[in-house]
Design a protein around this ligand. Structure first.
Ligand SMILES: C[S@@+](CC[C@H](N)C(=O)[O-])C[C@H]1O[C@@H](n2cnc3c(N)ncnc32)[C@H](O)[C@@H]1O
Length: 221
C-alpha cells in the first residue's frame, strides 16, 4: 500500500466562484469513491477509456483538452481544493460534460479507485520539482507510482510528462526508461517533441518567462 504524499498543499483560500462551484457542481463532476474501485464506463456513460491527468493544478490543460475532444473522457486527480473548485466552475460555464475529478493523492487513488488496464493516457504536466536532494523523496514520480501507471494503462496506452526542471526531467527519463513494459516514444531514447495536444499552462508560461527550457517525455505500454 502506497503512503500518501503529505507534503502537497491541499487547502488554500477559495474564491467565491470556486466555493460556489464546489457546492453546486460537485454532484456532476466530483467523484467520491472512498476506497472502492470506480466503474469508469458507468461514470462516463460509455466504454471509452479515459485520459487521466494527475496534478492538474487549476485545470487549464484538462479543460482545454476536454473541450477540444468531446468524444473522449477525462479524469483528473488533484489534492488542491481551489484548483478543483476552479475547474468545476469552468466546466459548468463552458458546458463541458466529459470531465470527472477525484480529490486525493494520485498514488492512493490509482491504487484503490482505478481498475487495471482502464486508462488510455496518463498526463503529468509540470509536477512539483522538489529541487533539494533531501526533498527528492517527496516527488510524485517515484517507482511505485510508475508501476501503478503501467498497470492502470490499457495495452498501447501512453504516459506523457512535461517539466521545466532539467534535473527532474533526467530523473523521470531514468526511472521510466528502467521500467519494463514501457517503451520510450522518443526517436533517440530521450525526450520527445512537445506533445501537440498539450496546452500551455500557467506553470509552463512562468517557467518560460524565467528562461527555463521545457522537456517532454512520452512512454507507451
Ligand atoms: C506545479 S503544479 C502543476 C499544475 C498543472 N499540471 C500545470 O501544469 O499548471 C503541481 C500540481 O500537482 C498537484 N499534486 C502534487 N502531488 C500530488 C499528488 N500526490 N496527488 C495529486 N495531486 C498532486 C499539486 O497540488 C499541484 O496542483
Amino acid at each position: 500500500m502506497l503512503s500518501p504524499n503529505i507534503y502537497v498543499r491541499q487547502r488554500g483560500r477559495l474564491t467565491h466562484s470556486q466555493a460556489r462551484a464546489l457546492d453546486h457542481y460537485a454532484a456532476e463532476y466530483l467523484l467520491d469513491p472512498g476506497d472502492q474501485k470506480i466503474d469508469l464506463s458507468k461514470t462516463f456513460g460509455n466504454d471509452v477509456p479515459p485520459v487521466l491527468e494527475i496534478g492538474f493544478g487549476s485545470g487549464q490543460a484538462l479543460l482545454e483538452m476536454a473541450s477540444k475532444n468531446p468524444e473522449r473522457n477525462y479524469l483528473g486527480i488533484e489534492v488542491y481544493l481551489p484548483g478543483i473548485g476552479g475547474l468545476l466552475h469552468c466546466c459548468h460555464e463552458q458546458g463541458i460534460h466529459n470531465v470527472r475529478v477525484i480529490r486525493g493523492d494520485a498514488g492512493y487513488v490509482m491504487e484503490n479507485n482505478c481498475v487495471e488496464e482502464s486508462i488510455s493516457q496518463i498526463n503529468i504536466f509540470f509536477p512539483d520539482p522538489w529541487p533539494k536532494r533531501k526533498h527528492h523523496k517527496r516527488r510524485l514520480v517515484q517507482n511505485p507510482v510508475i508501476e501503478l501507471i503501467r498497470e492502470r494503462l490499457v495495452p498501447g496506452g501512453k504516459v506523457c510528462l512535461a517539466t521545466d526542471w532539467k534535473e527532474y526531467a533526467q530523473w523521470m527519463l531514468k526511472l521510466f526508461s528502467e521500467t519494463p513494459g514501457l517503451t520510450n516514444l522518443s526517436l533517440n531514447g530521450t525526450y520527445t517533441q512537445r506533445l501537440e495536444s498539450r496546452p500551455m499552462t500557467r506553470f509552463e508560461a512562468r517557467g518560460i518567462r524565467l528562461g527555463h527550457e521545457v522537456w517532454d517525455l512520452c512512454f507507451q505500454k
